[in-house]
Design a protein around this ligand. Structure first.
Ligand code: GLN
Length: 505
């Protein structure tokens, strides 16, 4: 039998139902893999062996008793980003501030996963409070990219994507505020999806920028991402921004796409996302992917979205502004770390000492930026202008989607950079999200699917496909068609070309 850890989620679920393999064996195979390689990769902050095996056992009992599967993913292991709460396990958000804190309730995403019989292996590493593009901002040390351990796995959800690329889990959950699912997906050769804002509950997702935050699926194939998408999406009365509307039919779209015919589909290439700053190997892989879409029957047109040039500065006013407010809750009184509580300090001093020690440099930078942008006298000039830019971006998307069904671009301008290379240059780091941020500001759906290896460094490149709000299925259809053609042309799934990792003895 094929090695268990190399199977897709869909294959695992089918084999578990057919009793070809037990869910416990599947969980154990992944736990063993984590034990062997995670010292090198550091995708996980917390592994919950006991609980994973118990959840797997419950699935096996269902199968043995002939009960119908709880979902199409029953018995499939998953890695959960440490920004979503799960009772009985720590939630740190990659921050010293929350070290040792255990949440009193499950996030709705967690509840849905558990009800679906998904086997949660543990919590994955991330940039502190999801601020970053490299996972280097984690207080618990960086995650390494399985394609090259000296390179970053993207961020903020580098742990989730690295776990997939290292075959430590076939599925993962990420969150995407400015690109934190898609950019790690791109640089690790995996699939990452940001669903339409409001379609996956934010309840129990520790807030960074509430008007942008969106949880979504990470996987190694488009179909697996779609299956996970349908498990976690859907209306939730516990999240006031949750949309009460049917979940877009993403699984059907992924299956339809796999047939490979895109005739009649209009694909717009965003002209703003090319040229200076784009690594030649990334542009070449992207151009080849567009040519492939044309071969599949899609009509390709160039589309200009001029306000996308303003997306990055607008994001770096809106996201820090919301973060400065959201992170005020870490006041040393209610959660986690508390420093100076020895009877000699005032409450204000305890707060100040705790926040100074508990937050890392990037989080402090965002709080300072955001507090400034919201301050009296500057509010209109900064936050107010950024919100106007947001409206312009929405209008550009609207005009574009009147002409085309989906928009495409590279997911990120370069392949995975070296650990440390951008650590002292916030602007260089921020540019990793140049192409992903517009979809967060507009709230529409977008995903990244691997589109080959860059000819300049042999590292994975991602193709971003953006769809209108609530039309998530369009992106899945195009991505699945592209993926099938890519695999046929390149002799098998790209992810299987990831180098063998040194296994600890
Ligand atoms: N890299 C972006 C930032 O640092 C996006 C982060 C995210 O999507 N959580 O804010």
């Amino acid at each position: 039998m094929t090695e268990i850890i190399r199977l897709t989620a869909a294959e695992i679920a089918a084999k578990v139902q057919a009793r070809e393999v037990s869910a416990v064996e599947v969980a154990q195979a992944h736990l063993d893999r984590i034990g062997a390689v995670d010292q090198a990769v550091h995708a996980f902050l917390h592994v919950d062996t006991e609980r994973a095996l118990q959840a797997a056992k419950a699935v096996d009992e269902d199968v043995a008793a002939g009960r119908p599967a709880a979902s199409p993913l029953a018995g499939v292991p998953l890695a959960l980003k440490d920004v979503l709460t799960m009772q009985g396990a720590p939630t740190t958000c990659g921050s010293k501030t929350l070290e040792g804190w255990q949440p009193p309730y499950d996030a709705t995403v967690t509840t849905r996963l558990l009800a679906a019989g998904v086997v949660i292996l543990g919590k994955t590493n991330m940039d502190e409070f999801a601020m970053g593009s490299s996972t280097e901002n984690s207080a618990f040390g960086p995650t390494r990219n399985p394609w090259d351990l000296d390179r970053i796995p993207g961020g903020s959800g580098g742990g989730s994507s690295a776990a997939l690329a290292a075959f430590e889990a076939p599925l993962a959950i990420g969150t995407d505020t400015g690109g934190s699912i898609r950019q790690p997906g791109s640089v690790t050769g995996t699939v990452g999806v940001k669903p339409t804002y409001g379609t996956v509950s934010r309840y129990g997702l520790v807030a960074f920028s509430s008007s942008l935050d969106q949880a979504g699926p990470c996987a190694r194939t488009v179909l697996d991402a779609a299956l996970l998408h349908e498990v976690i999406a859907g209306h939730d009365p516990l999240d006031s921004t949750s949309i009460d509307t049917p979940v877009p039919p993403v699984v059907a779209a992924a299956r339809e796409g796999a047939n490979g015919d895109l005739s009649g589909v209009r694909v717009g290439v965003v002209t703003q996302f090319a040229g200076d700053g784009y690594q030649p190997g990334v542009s070449a892989a992207f151009d080849a992917a567009v040519a492939q879409l044309r071969d599949l029957g899609a009509e390709i047109v160039e589309v200009s979205c001029p306000s996308f040039d303003l997306a990055l500065p607008a994001y770096y006013l809106i996201a820090p502004s919301e973060a400065s407010s959201n992170l005020a809750r870490f006041d040393a009184m209610r959660y986690g770390l508390r420093i100076g509580d020895d009877g000699t300090h005032s409450a204000e001093e305890v707060m100040s000492l705790t926040r100074a020690a508990g937050f890392g440099a990037e989080v402090k930078r965002r709080i300072i930026l955001g507090t400034y942008a919201l301050s009296a006298g500057y509010y209109d000039a900064y936050y107010g202008s950024a919100q106007k830019v947001r409206t312009l971006i929405m209008r550009d998307f609207e005009a574009a989607f009147a002409k085309v069904d989906v928009l495409v671009s590279p997911t990120t301008p370069t392949t995975a950079f070296k650990i440390g290379e951008r650590a002292d240059d916030p602007m260089a780091m921020y540019k990793a999200d140049l192409c992903t941020i517009p979809s967060n500001l507009a709230g529409n759906a977008a995903l990244s699917v691997p589109c080959g290896l860059s000819e300049d460094d042999g590292l994975p490149v991602g193709l971003q496909i953006m769809s209108p709000a609530l039309q998530d299925h369009r992106g899945y259809r195009v991505a699945a068609a592209y993926e099938a053609a890519r695999d046929a042309a390149q002799g098998g799934p790209l992810i299987h070309r990831v180098p063998e990792l040194e296994v600890a003895h």
